[in-house]
Write a protein that binds this ligand. Structure first.
Ligand SMILES: [Fe+2]
Ligand SMILES: [Fe+2]
Length: 266
């Protein structure tokens, strides 16, 4: 009997890395997690890496040096002008594929390690977000760009849970994983869908849990109580890693598990 041998591949996806405390958690924990979990690929959402909003080449290079293979982004992609040309020249940092074609950067990439290839697609939701085209339409074209990859991971950066759940079902059996980002709060619905796609509505945030989704809590509370603008700084109290590990044979996922761990003190 002919048996097709498919190797086990393990992917770590890290939720929105927020400011210096989030970057430090990645630097501190990733080497140990690589050994503990036997990681082949690491993907991180970096849209909050620079001071809590956006990213510059400096923070992107720092994440790559820490062992991240691909960085995905979201609604804060273009906050810092200096990253615009970098998005065109560095192939492994992605902005949502359904942004306008005229906007800098690309929405898909394929990376290889030890004979296995991972295609990554970044998408933006459409509800309460400014994206050029519907995520659930653009995804068909984006998947053609990564069709040759052994595994495919999609980061759906969206506010609405409904859009993320819908994308998960739409792609079930076609990709290895659909992971949601943007809300900075991990959801309790990680599972492998019947067709073999690992799914979670939101991975959460890698940053300071002592703030309000990454902002110093007293500043956020003051704005909500006064309805007056005020400066926002990144929180640094109680940083945590929020991530998921996905194990797959071929393109089909076997398991998805949340990795929620305290980082070191700031
Ligand atoms: Fe974010
Ligand atoms: Fe976001």
């Amino acid at each position: 009997m002919l048996q097709v041998w498919r190797r086990l591949t393990t992917i770590l996806f890290i939720g929105d890395v927020v400011a210096r405390p989030g970057r430090r958690v990645v630097r501190d924990l990733l080497p140990g997690l690589r050994d503990e979990l036997g990681l082949d690929f690491v993907v991180a959402n970096g849209e909050n890496a620079a001071g809590g909003i956006g990213i510059t080449p400096k923070e992107a290079d720092e994440l790559f040096r820490a062992g991240v293979d691909v960085i995905t982004l979201g609604n804060h992609t273009y906050r810092h002008r200096e990253v615009w040309p970098y998005l065109d020249t560095q192939p492994n940092i992605l902005r949502p594929a359904n942004f306008l074609p005229t906007q800098p950067g690309r929405g898909t990439t394929v990376v290889e390690r030890d004979g296995a290839s991972l295609g990554v697609v970044n998408l933006s939701g459409n509800l309460f977000m400014q994206a050029g085209s519907p995520a659930l339409v653009t995804i068909d074209e984006a998947l053609r760009e990564v069709a040759e990859a052994d595994l495919v991971l999609v980061d759906m950066h969206a506010e609405a849970t409904s859009e993320k759940v819908a994308l998960g079902w739409h792609l079930d059996g076609r990709v290895t994983a659909v992971v949601g980002t943007h809300t900075h709060v991990p959801t309790a619905d990680a599972r492998v869908l019947p067709g073999g796609t690992a799914y979670i509505t939101d991975v959460g945030m890698t940053g300071a849990r002592g703030g309000v989704i990454g902002v110093r809590r007293e500043q956020s509370i003051a704005v909500m109580r006064s309805h007056m603008p005020q400066r926002y700084d990144a929180a640094d109290e109680d940083p945590w890693l929020n991530a998921v590990v996905i194990r797959a044979h071929g393109r089909r996922a076997d398991a998805i598990e949340q990795i929620l761990r305290p980082g070191s003190a700031p």
